[in-house]
Design a binder for this molecule. Sequence first.
Ligand SMILES: Cc1cc2nc3c(=O)[nH]c(=O)nc-3n(C[C@H](O)[C@H](O)[C@H](O)COP(=O)(O)OP(=O)(O)OC[C@H]3O[C@@H](n4cnc5c(N)ncnc54)[C@H](O)[C@@H]3O)c2cc1C
Length: 511
Amino acid sequence: MPRDRVVIVGAGVAGLVSAFALAARGLDVTVLERGARPGGKMRQIAIGAAQIDSGPTVFTMRWVFDELFAAAGKNFSDIVRLRPLHVLARHAWDARTRLDLFADEARSVDAIGRFAGPSEAARYRVFCRDTKRVYDILEQPFLRAAQPSMSRLIGAHGFRGLTQLPYIKPFSSMWSALGQYFHDPRLRQLFGRYATYCGSSPYLAPATLMLVAHVEREGVWSIEGGMHGLAAALADCAEGSGATIRYEQDVSEVLVCHGRARGVRLASGEHLEADAVIMNADVAAVANGLFGSDAGRAAAVIPPHARSLSAMTWSLVASTDGFPLSRHGVFFSRDYRAEFDDIFRRGRMPVEPTVYVCAQDRDDDAVGDGEERLLVLVNAPPNGDRHSYDAAEVEQCAQRTFGVLERCGLRIRRRGEATRVTTPTDFNRLFPATGGALYGRSSHGWTASFKRPGARTRIPGLYLTGGSTHPGPGVPMAALSGRAAAASLLADLSSTGWSRRTAMRGGMSTR
Ligand SMILES: Cc1cc2nc3c(=O)[nH]c(=O)nc-3n(C[C@H](O)[C@H](O)[C@H](O)COP(=O)(O)OP(=O)(O)OC[C@H]3O[C@@H](n4cnc5c(N)ncnc54)[C@H](O)[C@@H]3O)c2cc1C
C-alpha cells in the first residue's frame, strides 16, 4: 500500500513540527527548505567561531514540546537540554533604576514592592491572578484549536461562555487595561512590552495579550546549543522518524489540479507530486501569489498598515562593562508612546528605541569573561519592501540604540568586524512579501486574532502553518500551529479517505 505523500514548504519550527508529527504517523514526508539549515527565523549568525542566536531567544511554553515529543514516544528533555532561568529579565530605565522579574512570583512581588511600593506589589498579585485566568480561558478553545473562532471560544465554556468574555478584555487596549493595574508608569511600560512579543503596539493591541505575562511567568529556559539547537533537534527527530529534508530547495509554485493541491514546483523546474502540501512560508507570500495564483486564494492579503513589527538587530561578539547583564535585558525608552507612534504611524525607526539585549553566554547573573555573544534588538517598521536602509541610517540607528544602553550604564565595545546588522530590508529578503514583518498580521484591535488563517484553506489538500497563522507568532505558538496542521491533515485523511491513489486520479499538471 503506497503511503500518503506530504510536501512541507519550509523548515521553520512549524514546518518541522508538522514533519515530525506526520512522519511519526507513517506518512511519506518531504520538507523543502530554501535555506541551508533548519529553523527559519531561529537562525544563527557566525562571527568567527561564535554562533549567535539572531532570531528568537526567549524560550517559553515548554509543555508544547514536551507533548509533541511524548506523542512520538520520546522525552523532550533527553533530546534538548534546557536550563530554567530564575531571572526572567532585567529591566532598566537609567543607570540607577532597575527591576528584575523572577520565575518565582513571590520574588517578583518583593522586587516590585521595593521598586514601586507595597500597593503596586499588591496590584501585581492581582495582575498575576487575572492574566492566569485569561490564559486558562483561552488555552483549550483558542490556542490549541486549528482555526480561530469566537463561537467556539464562547461555546467551549458552556453557559459561562459569555460571562468569561469580560475577563479576557478583548475590547480594551492593553495600555488602558494596564493603567488599571499599575499606577507606576514604569510598570505599565514594562508589562506593555509584552504586546511586542506578538509584533504589536500596547496602545493598539487588546488587553487579552496580557496573557503573555503569564506565559513568561510560567518559565523561561535557555537551550544548550542556542535556540537553533531546538530546530536542529526537531529536524533530526523528523528525519529519524522517516521524513526527508532537502535544503537549498526554492519552491516556486503549489500545483493545484481539479481544485486540489497536488504537489509543488521548484525554482529548478523539478516537480514533486504530493497528496497534500503544508505551507510554512509566511501567509503574506502565499496571499501575494509567490506560490502561484491558485495557491494565492488560500489566504487574504495583509495590507501594509496591518503588518506586525519588524526589527533591526545587531549580532555581535564584544566586551561589555558598567551594567550587570543577565541573559535577557530590556532598556526602556523615555517616551513609549512616541516610540510606537514613530513605528506604526510615521513608519520610521524610533527616535529613541527600547532596546533588548540577549547576553547568550549568561544564565541569570553568571558573569561572562572577556568578549561575549550578544544580540541587540530594537523594534522597527515593517517597511523593508518600500524603504532601503542605507549605511548612514543604520549608523544613526546604532548611535541611538547603543546610546540608550549607555544612558542605562551599559557600554558595549562594538568592533565592526565582529558585528552583523540585520535591517527590515534584510528580513524582507529572508521572508519575502512581508516588508520584514516578523509576526504576520499585527494583533491590533479585537478582531485581528480572528483574521489569522487557520490550518485548513479553501483549497483541499493545502494547509497553512507558522507564526503568521493561528494561534500566532512565537516559537511555541508556531509549533502549536504545526501540530494543528498535521492534525487537520490526518483528520481529513481519515474522514474523506483521500489517499495517494485517489489524489492522482485526475493526473497532475506539469506545465
Ligand atoms: C529577531 C526575532 C526575534 C524573535 N524573538 C522571539 C522570542 O524571543 N521568542 C519567541 O518565541 N519567538 C520569537 N520570535 C518569533 C519566532 O521566531 C517566530 O514566530 C517563529 O520562529 C516562526 O516560525 P515559523 O514556523 O513561522 O517559520 P519561519 O521561521 O518563518 O520559517 C519559514 C521557513 O520557510 C522557508 N521558506 C519560505 N519560502 C520558501 C520557499 N519558497 N521555498 C522553500 N522554503 C521557503 C524559509 O526559508 C524559512 O526557513 C522572534 C523572531 C525574530 C525574527
